[in-house]
Design a protein around this ligand. Structure first.
Ligand code: HEM
Length: 418
């Protein structure tokens, strides 16, 4: 974005009547123009009602503390798909499969418990060696001195590899995981899927493939991969086909766009903040805190949505039973009342895990430690190969995703300098 465009946009965000602000416009996110709108809402109307949008009427919750109030009150603010689901867009055919991110207690808690051991520290330690080895191979294959798309060659590639490792999925077929994830979350017409019927057909193919693997694991000794764990655990071994599908889709999607876009967003942030890039090269022990800062800065999921099960007062506003409530993590993560210098990317900030990107409360991201590990490994291996500041150079404008949910990149042109 040029300086002139940024100024014009800022003026726009402050000149239109407050009640006409609709931040849920995918074009604002594609053009990276949403920041001044959120800044204004945080200052002037932090719990804001938009009565007309392509997704229907909805509330925007934009401050860190108010988002926490919604997150921690699951008795009032439901995630259940029968109430409408977890994104501002009401359920699509794939997202309405039964999956625990879109369930309330008690069922949510039982299913979440089954998956938790897969991402427990001991199991992650077992997976790390293979994730590192695969990361090394991907980085060693990058071309030097020529421009390539970091999103494709690194972010998508490594995320697919990580998921294949997690699931114990055939490595040579790993791009199927990326495809199924894209098909589940995309706006129709943007990912080779034109209708909901087509979407369902693709998801059924995913189901058939995963069921075959699940049955193979059930008939062999337990392994540290996800499918084997599900096949051998009492709570999940007899899941209904829909529930099995729902949880597969959740884990594929949950770990895909999010980690992928942190990989791209981190490199972009370092290039836009050369002082931080220098700090990192001078002291690679900053990698773990930088990883958390990247996840805050990028906020790979811009929002999560809840539906009010009863009337509730939030920030002085009356939310009514049945209202759609959108928690804008992307805004809460830039709330200067909660995070010092929230508008700056600082890789050695105190308390870097204090952010909203993983959500909070009972649905807080199950895969958060896995994502952090994958990003840590990526940066450890990257700095071993290219230790100088600016050596991995962003050489053109990024192309961002057209979505109010997945906040990320389609392309990031990069050149590695010797
Ligand atoms: C839930 C973000 C990586 C699996 C969530 C939620 C967010 C999130 C915002 C919902 C929280 C809420 O509603 O309060 C992220 C980000 C990631 C990431 C930013 C990477 C940087 C992963 C990975 C996996 C994963 C690698 C595993 C493969 C899940 C699951 C849930 C979830 C299963 C549902 C938890 C529940 O409902 O109890 N994630 N995620 N995520 N995530 Fe992640």
């Amino acid at each position: 974005m040029t300086q002139a465009a940024a100024t014009a946009d800022r003026a726009d965000a402050y000149s239109i009547p407050l009640d006409r602000i609709n931040v849920a416009d995918p074009a604002l996110f594609r053009d990276n123009m949403m920041w001044p709108y959120f800044e204004r809402l945080r200052k002037e109307d932090p719990v804001h009602y938009c009565n007309d949008s392509q997704y229907g009427p909805y509330w925007s919750v934009t401050r860190f503390k108010d988002i926490m109030s919604v997150e921690t009150n699951h008795k009032v603010f439901s995630s259940a798909s029968r109430s409408g689901g977890i994104t501002i867009m009401d359920n699509n055919a794939a997202a309405s499969l039964p999956m625990f991110i879109a369930m309330d207690p008690p069922k949510h808690d039982v299913q979440r418990k089954t998956v938790t051991p897969i991402v427990a520290p001991e199991n992650l330690a077992k997976l790390e060696g293979l994730i590192r080895q695969r990361t090394q191979n991907a980085l060693d294959a990058l071309p030097a001195g020529e421009t390539f798309n970091w999103v494709e060659r690194v972010s998508i590639n490594l995320t697919a590899q990580m998921l294949a490792t997690l699931f114990g999925f055939p490595f040579e077929d790993r791009t199927k995981l990326t495809h199924w994830s894209d098909v589940t979350t995309c706006e129709l017409g943007t990912c080779g899927v034109e209708t909901e019927e087509q979407r369902i057909k693709e998801i059924q193919e995913c189901g058939a493939y995963m069921t075959k693997l699940f049955n193979e694991r059930a008939n062999s000794d337990p392994q540290p991969d996800l499918l084997s764990m599900l096949a051998h655990s009492e709570n999940t071994r007899n899941m209904s086909p829909e529930e099995f599908m729902g949880n597969m889709v959740l884990l594929i999607v949950g770990g895909n766009d999010t980690t992928r876009n942190s990989m791209s967003g981190g490199l972009l942030a370092l290039n836009e903040n050369p002082e931080e890039y220098r700090k990192l090269c001078a002291d690679p022990t900053l990698i773990p805190s930088m990883v958390s800062e990247i996840i805050r800065w990028q906020t790979p999921l811009a929002h999560m949505r809840r539906t009010a099960l009863e009337d509730f007062e939030l920030g002085g506003k009356q939310i009514k039973k049945g209202d759609k409530v959108v928690m804008w993590y992307v805004s809460g993560n830039r709330d200067g009342d909660e995070i010092e210098n929230a508008d700056r990317f600082i890789i050695d900030r105190a308390n870097p895990r204090h952010h909203l990107s993983f959500g909070f409360g009972i649905h807080r991201c199950v895969g958060n430690r896995l994502a952090e590990m994958q990003l840590r490994v990526l940066w450890e291996e990257t700095l071993k190969r290219w230790p100088k500041p600016g050596q991995i150079e962003v050489v053109g404008e990024p192309r961002r995703v057209f979505s109010t949910f997945v906040k990320g990149f389609e392309a990031l042109p990069v050149r590695i300098n010797a």
